[in-house]
Design a protein around this ligand. Structure first.
Ligand code: CO
Length: 415
């Protein structure tokens, strides 16, 4: 017998002892029924047949069922899909589960034929190929992208029944590309240029006006996502990334940047993505995503199997920088406890928070509030409505609550 197989045996026994100890520890606070002999269970479930050979591109285990929730809109090929936040771990959203929003479908673009035009108020108009851009100094950064319509249903008080349908138009990836300021330096921006139009190559030519300050600060043109090329539904082969700013302005399938001395007032920043206030006036150019958080476990749609220990976990993010603190309440907001934050905490990125919790089997209302590095505190729903009214579908970042009932069922409840 090969040496490594012999060496494996004592290790396995050690693991079984830990498993038995865990069963004992959890038994005291669990109502679940018969206790099986751990060793016998291991023998029954351990595979003994040869497995699959190596494959050229990976797939997840067939037992894993997490998927995006899809929603169509009236416009042909337009729609959105939401990330199942309750089924993700850590801070990175798998590229295959990143939320989508597109206004005329996902175009199929050959990167060998795709170009980025930079023109208008520049010294040297440029037409760059994807290969040109990949030759330039690159960088990778972890950032969330959130649709400003995310949680729009929360204004009404009905709210989404689970994190996917209440907060799923937000995802977080490691993005790789070049700083937009690098490309603009190549083109030589004239000093009278104060804005740029970013336009996509999709059928509706999705376009947005971007102030030059943001373009120069931390904007990127990205081609990589989580270690591979960005997905077609995320803008393959090139996407504009404006960290912390509403999803729609992170223009996908980016093919044109036009420098000018004023904004362009495109249809997607006038007919949509403006915030209608209570007095009937609309706010325009509201880009920054306010600090927000949601508990993803336990959460709406789940059923707790018996009282006892379980971890409360969730995600927090802010378009202004790092998450500084997340507080969790299990009594409907009467008392709050500081959650543990996963390190390192990146600015304008998801931050995972965790808090140990022992459920005593009675009704509980779980909620979280995020505080970012600017001191901004995620507001209650009522505090938000007092300032903004209920006309807008955009930029809802109110505290979210889940109710745990005595039978273990978890449902959406108004915070
Ligand atoms: Co906005």
């Amino acid at each position: 017998m090969p040496e490594d197989l012999l060496a494996h045996k004592p290790q396995r026994r050690r693991f079984l002892r830990i498993a038995t100890a865990m069963t004992g520890a959890l038994a005291g606070c669990s109502d679940s029924g018969a206790k099986k002999d751990a060793a016998a269970t291991m023998e029954e479930t351990e595979p003994s047949l040869l497995g699959k050979i190596a494959s050229p591109y990976g797939e997840r285990a067939k037992f894993e069922k997490a998927k995006r929730s899809t929603r169509e809109s009236k416009t042909p090929a337009a729609g959105s899909s939401g990330t199942p936040l309750q089924d993700t771990y850590g801070i990175i959203t798998p590229s295959s589960l990143h939320f989508e929003r597109h206004h005329s479908g996902v175009p199929e673009i050959d990167p060998a034929k795709h170009t980025l035009l930079i023109h208008g108020m520049v010294e040297r108009p440029l037409v760059l190929s994807v290969a040109d851009i990949k030759r330039m100094p690159s960088m990778s950064r972890i950032h969330f992208v959130e649709c400003s319509g995310n949680s729009g249903g929360e204004w009404s008080g009905k709210g989404g029944p689970d994190p996917q349908r209440s907060h799923g138009l937000a995802s977080c990836s490691e993005w790789t590309g070049v700083l937009l300021s690098t490309l603009l330096a190549e083109a030589g921006v004239k000093k009278e240029a104060k804005w740029l139009l970013a336009e996509g190559a999709d059928a509706c030519k999705m376009g947005r006006s971007v102030p030059i300050e943001k373009a120069m600060a931390d904007a990127m043109v990205v081609y990589g996502q989580n270690g591979e090329a960005i997905r077609p539904e995320q803008g393959y082969p090139l996407r504009l990334l404006l960290p912390g700013w509403e999803g729609n302005i992170n223009v996908k399938w980016l093919h044109r940047i036009h420098l000018a001395d004023q904004p362009f007032y495109t249809k997607d920043e006038t007919s949509k993505y403006t915030d209608l206030m209570a007095d009937g006036k609309a706010r325009i150019f509201t880009w920054e995503m306010d600090a927000k958080s949601v508990i993803t476990a336990p959460c709406g749609g789940q059923k707790l199997e018996g009282k006892g220990f379980r971890e409360i976990s969730g995600l927090a993010w802010s378009g202004r920088g790092r998450i500084e603190k997340v507080e969790v309440s299990t009594d409907g907001g009467k008392t709050w406890a500081a959650a543990q934050l996963q390190e390192p905490r990146y600015p304008k990125a998801f931050t995972r928070f965790r808090l140990p919790w022992t459920w005593d089997g009675s009704d509980a209302v779980l909620s979280s509030r995020a505080i970012d590095e600017t001191g901004y505190v995620q507001p209650s729903r009522q505090a938000l409505i007092d300032v903004r009214g209920t006309n807008s579908q955009y930029h809802c970042n109110s505290i979210k609550a889940w109710k745990v009932a005595a039978d273990g069922s978890v449902t959406n409840v108004e915070a």
